[in-house]
Design a protein around this ligand. Sequence first.
Ligand SMILES: Nc1ncnc2c1ncn2[C@@H]1O[C@H](COP(=O)(O)OP(=O)(O)O)[C@@H](O)[C@H]1O
Ligand SMILES: Nc1ccn([C@H]2C[C@H](O)[C@@H](COP(=O)(O)OP(=O)(O)O)O2)c(=O)n1
Length: 257
Amino acid sequence: MSTAGGPRGHGDVSTGDVSTGDVSTDDGLVVAVDGPSGSGKSSVSRAVARALGLAYLDTGAMYRAATLWCVRQGVALDDAPAVTAAVRALPLEQGLDPEAPTVLLDGDDVTAAIRTTEVSAAVSAVATNLDARAALGDRQRAVIAAERTGGWSGGRGVVAEGRDITTAIAPDAPVRVLLTASEGARLRRRSLEVHGTADAAAVAATHDQVVRRDAQDSTVVEFRTAADGVVTVDSSDLSFEETVDALLAVVRAAGRA
Ligand SMILES: Nc1ncnc2c1ncn2[C@@H]1O[C@H](COP(=O)(O)OP(=O)(O)O)[C@@H](O)[C@H]1O
Ligand SMILES: Nc1ccn([C@H]2C[C@H](O)[C@@H](COP(=O)(O)OP(=O)(O)O)O2)c(=O)n1
């Protein structure tokens, strides 16, 4: 895979098409990244996608958008069948440009709205609903398959990040990484991001959306230990740039950059 140039395609990609299709080994690259909250998945995956000219698929954004959609439609998040029905019909369009990933719900730009504390606190209700997971997983597989042969990246490929990409969504990806960091590092990062400080009060206020949420999510998905063949990158003592370089080194080691 050449790192020169940018993506050949353009425009947003509807994530409602669940067709997958066969792919050959000559097709575009798939980099699968999983890990707990605050490990750096989103920011590092975006930077890796930019560096390699690949599309960027934030699967956590899909769970967040599904949660916001349920709230807006008046669907009770503890009503699992109603949540499943809403998620199956989710009017989601996701922009895959790593420079500016966007999320539209029924045409409404919710890129910022899905990051609120309210959504962060509620999203595990969708993430632990197995039928909703299956529906979102189908969409994720369809996007990944499309990017391997065309799509936004023009067939260059995609960096897809989440909790089950290396294991359930793209277990055959040529590059699979579990991005980890200590709980302390993850709390400090999220606290800095959300509150602008990592003092004791801010870290305590961040606990729910990092530690409690990961504990709840890990009841249905294993994202704390690497599956066979998945490379672990521990970013606890790495700067952001060093973490991006570590992932690019994994891609190079796989002979794909
Ligand atoms: N290696 C790192 N060192 C310091 N800060 C980082 C590192 N990686 C990510 N960050 C910062 O930590 C915060 C959380 O990262 P993010 O990519 O949102 O994590 P995740 O998607 O895993 O929850 C962001 O503000 C990001 O810029
Ligand atoms: N492939 C995925 C991606 C995200 N999730 C869940 C886990 C999280 O609670 C939510 C939101 O994911 P997101 O990656 O945005 O979470 P962070 O705030 O970055 O920790 O979705 C999942 O279960 N499976």
